[in-house]
Write a protein that binds this ligand. Structure first.
Ligand code: FE2
Length: 214
């Protein structure tokens, strides 16, 4: 889908996104991941380098600032079936709390080594993977990563991923909007790996679309 149409597609779906989170479903089925607003900082122009490694920008020598995080998981329907070949996007602020967006009025310098936005496609087991940074807070928000799943023929699903045990979650207005018993569905631990010599964190998070199949 061309970029402009795809972006329009995402924001046309805001009405859907503002619906209250779906209730927990019948036993035997997975609870769908709650949706959340896309927020104001979806990039108006996607970066030329828009791959699933947000910590490196093609043509720029320095890697991204911040703590590197390996984010992976599966994209599933409510029956637990993998959803294959769907486009998954993430976007977030850099380690200085700056979005790569003209409407971001922060005073900290933009980290040019951070890609800001990236995308991948789920594989035949529903798996996806991103290399990014552990999200950081910025004024008014707890750390989070924006996530969109963009099927070709249905409205985009948009949500936000939060960091487990992050104290700022308790007062974040969007996190608090999610029913308490569903917050774990949009929260992941960012853990140090078994190899303690590595500074890369790992986070595992499954996304469950509120459908039976596409
Ligand atoms: Fe945000």
């Amino acid at each position: 889908m061309p970029g402009q149409n795809r972006r329009q597609f995402i924001f046309n779906s805001l009405g859907f996104l503002m619906l209250p989170a779906l209730p927990v479903v019948a036993a035997g089925m997975l609870s769908p991941t709650p949706s959340q607003t896309a927020g104001p900082f979806y990039p108006p122009d996607l970066p030329l380098d828009d791959d699933n490694d947000l910590t490196r920008v093609a043509g720029f020598d320095k890697p991204a600032l911040g703590t590197i995080a390996d984010l992976s998981g599966r994209l599933l329907d409510r029956n637990g079936n993998p959803l294959n070949g769907l486009r998954i996007e993430i976007w977030q602020c850099d380690a200085n709390g700056r979005y790569h967006h003209p409407a971001d009025s922060g005073r900290s310098p933009v980290d040019e080594g951070f890609q800001g936005h990236g995308h991948t496609h789920s594989d035949d087991r529903g798996r996806y993977r991103f290399r990014t940074i552990r999200p950081v807070h910025y004024p008014g928000r707890t750390p989070h990563i924006h996530v969109a799943v963009v099927p070709d023929t249905q409205n985009a699903f948009v949500t936000q991923l939060y960091v487990a045990n992050e104290q700022r979650n308790a007062w974040d207005p969007l996190y608090r909007r999610i029913p308490v018993d569903q917050r774990h569905l949009v929260t992941a631990e960012f853990k140090a790996g078994a190899d303690q010599s590595s500074r890369t964190l790992t986070a595992n998070w499954d996304i469950v679309l509120g459908i039976n199949a596409i």
